[in-house]
Design a binder for this molecule. Structure first.
Ligand code: PCA
Length: 214
């Protein structure tokens, strides 16, 4: 029995994505009696779905959770819906910029995450980690991944997505370099990466505990 998690490659000209570090940190761990596999997805509309399909085929996970970075977010954000829309503010890593296209032309307008979202939030808050529920994962690659995963995962395999703030050391580095998207005036909320790794473990533990065969 396997838990699959994915992080994303860096994007938007950044050198680092905290979701990639979470995937690497939890890869090979055992949580809730299940082996965790952590992998990366490309921030490319033309390739993310094939990457996800290949991982689901290879590992047949009983639980899938995607992780990604959301600029300006200030806490762990538990996504409740993926919508059938690709509408990019910035190009993806292959230079593609979709403006209002459907992800699946014949798909439903939205799909609901099948994780115990409220329980996850409660457990994170109990652990002293700020977290909130969200009704929109945006309309970029993270939303597309959640929407596609909900269509691809077996009906009894819980599936969802977690958005993360910047990592604190990442913000410090961007400010130190002075060359990235941030300056001294920017609002750039963040959490320490170790806190976010601990949060991801809680997300997996609570999600696994809610499964029928737990
Ligand atoms: N965040 C982007 C895509 C990759 C990532 O980490 C998003 O929120 O869609």
């Amino acid at each position: 029995m396997t838990i699959l998690i994915t992080g994303f490659e860096p994007f938007a000209g950044l050198a680092y994505n905290p979701s990639a570090e979470i995937a690497a940190a939890l890869d090979g761990k055992e949580i809730g009696g299940r082996a965790v596999v952590g992998r990366l997805l490309p921030v490319e509309f033309a390739r993310y779905r094939a990457g996800l399909e290949a991982l689901l085929r290879e590992f047949s996970p009983t639980l899938y959770i995607g992780f990604g970075l959301a600029f300006g977010e200030d806490m762990i954000r538990i996504e409740r819906f993926g919508v059938n829309l690709a509408d990019f503010d910035i190009p993806d890593n292959a230079g593609a910029k979709h403006n209002g296209r459907a992800i699946e032309p014949d798909g439903p307008a939205a799909r609901g995450a099948t994780l115990p979202c409220a329980e996850i939030r409660a457990a994170l808050l109990q652990a002293g980690i700020p977290a909130r529920l969200s009704n929109s994962a945006g309309s970029y690659l993270c939303n597309a991944t959640l929407y596609s995963a909900l269509g691809l995962c077996a009906p009894n395999a819980p599936c969802g997505f977690i958005h993360l703030p910047y990592a604190s050391h990442q913000v410090a580095e961007l400010l130190r370099e002075g060359s990235g998207p941030l300056n001294g005036e920017s609002l750039a909320p963040s959490l320490p990466i170790d806190t976010m790794i601990a949060a991801a473990e809680i997300v997996l533990r609570v999600s696994a505990a809610g499964m029928p065969d737990a």
